[in-house]
Design a protein around this ligand. Structure first.
Ligand SMILES: Nc1ncnc2c1ncn2[C@@H]1O[C@H](COP(=O)(O)OP(=O)(O)OP(=O)(O)O)[C@@H](O)[C@H]1O
Ligand SMILES: [Mg+2]
Length: 483
């Protein structure tokens, strides 16, 4: 028989951690809770079913003593937590704002990059020591070097043609010292593949935000194509001028032939006549002199023609004189070779008409038109007639006088009126087509003109030779240089 202490047995059985917040008590029937505190605690009560013992076990749960310190801590922690939460929200907001700005910046950078790549003008930046800071895509394309081959480089630059290094060094120094003027600077670069490229450079100061100059920003344009076109145009112009000179030479030769035809023809007529009469012994010695004098005058005229045509063709000088047109035309017509059957009427003009002209040239112009009128009047259906009249335009801005020469020939067809003044345009089998071309050049050299119409009275052609009119009192006989 063993005696067991119930209290010790219970204490052994119940784990210590349980005892931390419970209190066990063995109670006998009749034991009641004593204090009010005990009664307020949650408790559990169980009867120990042991023989001979009437015991119960009372388990009381102990409410831990809550101190105010942890609560304070909790409160502070909560406040911190709230603060942290608020900070997190603010951080998140800031973060998304940054993300937005970063996206915008990236878009802008991408746009700038795209723009920079799309630009066809070569861009180059360099510092004040002449070291390359930046080159764009177009510049690299222009010279055939990659950006990394150029950045940081200074003179002599790899795209300088070796033969021009000295010249480019001077240009380079000037560019760094003072940039470029409005027109820019034209130089040659050499592409990596050896091809020479003509470029036009403009420099602008490269400034920082405080307006301090960091260096220069150059825009470089490839002008090779333009240069090529210019060279081609110059070559074409040269060829054109050469062929123009040939045409002019042809015109001079034709003009000479045309104008010399008449005196030479007459000269040969006189010489033949004289020879025939000498051979036939039908001429007295005193009759020879006047014929030879006429021949001398004709050869003299031929010489003067050559001189004048030569001077006129080279646009050197004209012997301008004050000429009274009425008298001058009458004399010219009297000397012109016209058919003997042609009836000529010169309408008298009541007053004098002064012009400034080279008499020999003006005589050529008038006699060409009169000879044409005579030729064509003789080809018409009626007895050949020519009329000469004057028309005055005193009130015009530049007062002028026209010599109007009409005939009763077939006239000039409307569609030909624009062409008959061109050199070598002729409808005469024996003609050269130079008469009217010479006439127009002479009139233009006198600041005048010539035009053609149908003659309203005679029905044939009507040519009007216009000259600026001098006031009756102004000017004297002059010999002015022709530009
Ligand atoms: N009075 C006129 N009536 C009709 N046609 C004319 C008259 N004058 C000129 N023409 C036309 O103008 C053309 C050119 O005249 P132009 O005097 O330049 O040369 P051309 O008389 O033919 O030859 P040339 O060089 O020997 O004078 C003539 O061939 C003719 O067709
Ligand atoms: Mg003619």
């Amino acid at each position: 028989m063993v005696a067991i202490s119930i209290e010790a047995a219970v204490a052994n059985v119940v784990p210590s951690w349980f005892m931390n917040n419970h209190r066990l008590r063995l109670i006998k029937p009749g034991d009641e809770a004593t204090s009010a505190a005990e009664l307020s605690e949650p408790r559990f009560w169980a009867r120990l079913d042991l023989p001979g013992v009437d015991l119960a076990i009372d388990v009381q749960t102990l409410t831990p003593q809550v101190s105010s310190v942890p609560r304070l801590f909790l409160l502070v922690a909560l406040v911190f937590l709230a603060g942290m939460f608020a900070a997190l929200v603010a951080l998140r907001r800031d973060f998304s704002k940054r993300q937005r700005i970063e996206a915008q910046l990236q878009a802008q950078v991408a746009l700038r990059k795209a723009m920079e790549n799309a630009v066809t003008v070569g861009l180059r930046a360099w510092d004040l020591e002449g070291r390359i800071l930046y080159v764009n895509h177009a510049f690299c394309h222009l010279v055939g070097f990659d950006a990394h081959e150029l950045l940081g480089r200074s003179a002599p630059l790899p795209y300088w043609p070796t033969a021009q290094t000295d010249e480019l060094n001077t240009v380079h120094r000037d560019l760094i010292a003072q940039g470029t003027k409005d027109a820019g600077v034209e130089v040659q670069f050499q592409h990596k593949n050896g091809r020479l490229v003509d470029v036009l450079i403009h420099e602008a100061p490269l400034l920082d935000t405080h307006n301090t100059q960091l260096g220069w920003m150059s825009s470089v344009i490839d002008i090779s194509e333009r240069k090529r076109n210019q060279a081609m145009a110059a070559k074409q112009q040269e060829r054109l001028e050469a062929s123009g000179r040939l045409v002019a030479m042809g015109e001079v030769a034709s003009t000479l032939a045309h104008e010399l035809n008449q005196p030479l023809g007459a000269l040969s007529g006189f010489a033949n006549g004289l020879l025939n009469r000498l051979r036939g012994g039908r001429i007295a010695i005193e009759d020879i002199a006047p014929v030879v004098e006429r021949m001398d005058a004709l050869s003299d005229k031929a010489g003067r023609i050559i001189q004048r045509v030569n001077a006129f063709a080279r646009r050197l000088e004209m012997s301008r004189q004050r000429v009274e047109l009425g008298q001058f035309v009458r004399e010219t017509v009297a000397n012109a070779r016209m058919g003997s059957n042609v009836k000529l009427h010169i309408k008298p003009q009541g007053h004098t008409m002064w012009v400034e002209a080279d008499p020999l040239l003006l005589e050529h112009a008038i006699s060409n038109v009169v000879r044409n009128a005579s030729d064509w009047a003789q080809r018409g259906a009626f007895a050949p007639r020519i009329s000469i009249a004057f028309v005055l335009e005193r009130e015009a801005d530049t007062p002028r006088v026209g010599i109007v020469i009409g005939d009763n020939g077939p006239g000039v067809p409307e569609q030909e009126m624009g062409d008959i003044f061109n050199a070598f345009h002729t409808n005469k089998p024996e003609g050269m087509g130079m008469g009217l071309a010479i006439c127009r050049s002479v009139m233009e050299a006198h600041h005048g003109s010539v035009d053609v119409a149908a003659d309203p009275a005679l029905g044939g052609a009507q040519f009007t030779l216009w000259l600026p009119l001098l006031s009756p009192t102004s000017g004297r006989a002059t010999a002015a240089a022709q530009p």
